[in-house]
Design a protein around this ligand. Structure first.
Ligand SMILES: [Fe+2]
Length: 275
């Protein structure tokens, strides 16, 4: 039996646009745009798609063109905020996508790496592994009052093969973000299937674009929501680009999307009935 998920929407949620919580829009910092022209083109694409809030999440400890210089990153943020201060199309927030490392907890405490100064932090894993000690690192982060949000777990080779590991992280209190392009199949059929399994089993909580440019990795969410709504309730899919990221930016508890399900144990359970 399928359990209906209850989401507590605020009354005016339908009138609001979408929130893109994971973006690479700062120019000349990581593998995102090279210049301000490209950044502006990306903003225009986002606006056209109906996005009206964007969190800037530049890569930290990975892909930095300037060895993660805090000074240069701060300057980029300031330039961005100056440039888009009076922008009435989109509201921007500061954040980051932090690559996992052994001293993660002290780095996170020392530098301001969370999303809009909330307790929520994007954590990126290597695409081909889940480093030993990841669970303990997440636990330590939580002890310090932070909530890790795992970036695009559907694109991680290990988590794709072993969804029970992701279930373990989510059960522990982590959140996870699925990328819109994974849901639409633009990263291939295998990633799409994995994203669907994660979505069905409530192992992901928000949809973001993880945009990098104006051609291959655009800031588009609507197609991802449409694809998600074929798998889960439309109102839950919409919450994943609305109520959920809004709560995160406001440093509030996210709406209850239902308890996570371990896809592996469920598969095994139903396997018992097979002849
Ligand atoms: Fe990213």
């Amino acid at each position: 039996m399928d359990i209906k998920i209850k989401v507590n929407f605020s009354k005016n949620s339908k009138a609001e646009g979408m929130i893109d919580l994971h973006t690479h829009l700062l120019p000349d910092w990581d593998d995102g745009p090279d210049n301000w022209e490209e950044t502006e083109e990306m903003v225009e694409i986002a606006v056209k798609d109906g996005i009206d809030m964007i969190c800037l999440t530049p890569h930290i400890f990975r892909f930095s063109r300037y060895q993660d210089s805090q000074e240069i990153l701060e300057a980029r943020f300031e330039q961005f905020e100056e440039k888009y201060r009076i922008d009435d199309r989109v509201k921007f927030f500061r954040g980051g996508e932090v690559f996992i490392r052994p001293d993660l907890v002290s780095q996170v405490k020392e530098k301001n790496l969370s999303l809009n100064k909330s307790e929520y932090i994007f954590i990126e894993l290597p695409s081909d592994q889940v480093p030993i000690g990841t669970k303990q690192l997440f636990y330590q982060m939580m002890l310090e009052g932070f909530t890790p949000i795992i970036s695009h777990p559907e694109r991680n080779e290990i988590l794709g093969r072993r969804p029970d590991i992701l279930y373990d992280f989510i059960n522990q209190g982590c959140l996870a973000q699925v990328t819109a392009m994974s849901l639409t199949g633009e990263f291939g059929l295998e990633v799409q299937k994995i994203a669907e399994i994660f979505l069905k089993n409530r192992l992901v909580h928000l949809i973001a674009s993880d945009c990098h440019d104006t051609s291959r990795r655009k800031p588009i969410l609507s197609q991802g929501v449409k694809a998600a709504a074929k798998i889960i309730d439309l109102e839950v899919a919409e919450a994943m680009v609305g109520e959920v990221p809004k709560a995160i930016l406001n440093n509030e508890i996210i709406p209850d999307l239902g308890s996570p399900i371990n896809p592996v144990s469920r598969k095994k359970f139903f396997g018992l009935f097979k002849k």
